[in-house]
Design a protein around this ligand. Structure first.
Ligand SMILES: [Mn+2]
Length: 324
């Protein structure tokens, strides 16, 4: 049975993706939401965070809202691009009020939450899975959906550079371009339109990079003070870790992001909540490291949250580097 057949009798549908949304999270929400509207559904596209500045060019991005009236009014929810339920943010606490939950994703560590799942770790992005669903149902892809799909593929493959890039990535991107997507427009918005604060933040995080003794792991730091100083919001920091991975001989890069700290104490010594993002060249499966800490992801890109000290996290990462 095709996963969307479960929605046949459902009218009011919540479409949601992960906090700190990236191009695939936003693209899959929009592609799925607009597609369901074409099928006659009433759709609310919800994300806990605002749409990052670089993605505000997406047609219909204003449809993504940060609030909803009443969770009980939805008769189904579709959760996109989330390896586990908690990735949707605080709304996970009330999501069980919705009688039907569909889980559509491409993370290999997906916990298979929800009533029905469509998980394809071979898909380069969640939008690739949605593209195939739209094709299966036989709905025409309009320009707004095409921009959503194209952006999801472009950003989740790192502009066709990451290991998840496959033939379908190019084929689908090509089809979206034939439908009217302008590649230069997307690239210039996503990669070449940063605020001065964001460029200064880049300077700070680059300056924080440390290498392990064997040079095979790089660690980058993003503190709340850096965000404060540059005026950059947490949702606008996507992609910084890739710089740490570009260093020659580096096999794994880690970005340690401070989420909250005990005020008044030195960052290095005080316990706080951190998010650790990991990127690998494929030699080490970083999703296994993330899983140990209750996180998840892909073989080459994963992450987890941890309450610890910066020093302890760094030490653990440098221990891992000895295995590289
Ligand atoms: Mn994705």
């Amino acid at each position: 049975m095709m996963i969307l057949e479960h929605l046949e009798k459902k009218k009011n549908i919540l479409v949601v993706s992960h906090i700190q949304p990236d191009g695939d999270a936003l693209g899959s929400m929009l592609a799925m939401g607009l597609f369901l509207e074409k099928l006659g559904k009433t759709v609310t596209m919800f994300n806990e965070n605002q749409v990052p500045a670089i993605y505000r060019f997406l047609p219909q991005m204003h449809r993504i809202v940060q609030s909803y009236e009443d969770i009980n009014k939805f008769d189904a929810a579709i959760i996109l691009d989330c390896g586990d339920l908690k990735r949707i943010g605080e709304i996970y606490r009330v999501i069980e009020h919705i009688p039907l939950i569909l889980n559509i994703d491409h993370h290999s560590t997906n916990t298979k939450f929800g009533h029905y799942q469509l998980i394809n770790p071979d898909a380069c992005a969640t939008v690739e899975i949605i593209y195939h669903l739209i094709k299966e149902v036989g709905i025409t892809i309009d320009l707004d959906i095409a921009y959503s799909i194209y952006t999801g593929i472009l950003t989740d493959t790192g502009s066709f550079r990451f290991q998840n890039t496959n033939g379908d990535s190019f084929k689908i991107a090509m089809e979206m371009i034939e439908l009217g997507v302008q590649p230069y427009l997307v690239a210039s918005k996503v990669y070449d339109t940063y605020s001065l604060g964001r460029i200064k933040l880049l300077n700070m995080v680059l300056d924080s990079i440390e290498l392990s003794a064997n040079g095979k792991m790089s660690i980058m730091l993003l503190t709340s003070d850096m965000l404060k100083e540059t005026g950059i919001k947490i949702e606008d920091v996507d992609g910084l870790i890739n710089y740490a991975k570009q260093i020659e001989d580096v096999k794994v890069a880690a970005l340690i992001q401070e989420i909250s700290k005990n005020t008044g104490k030195q960052v290095n010594g005080s316990k706080g909540l951190f998010h650790v993002s990991l990127r690998s060249n494929g030699g080490l499966d970083v999703s296994s490291i993330a899983l140990v800490h209750g996180g998840g992801g892909h073989k080459t890109a994963a992450g987890f949250s941890i309450e610890s000290t910066l020093l302890d996290i760094k030490n653990e990462m440098f221990c891992i580097s000895e295995r590289l």
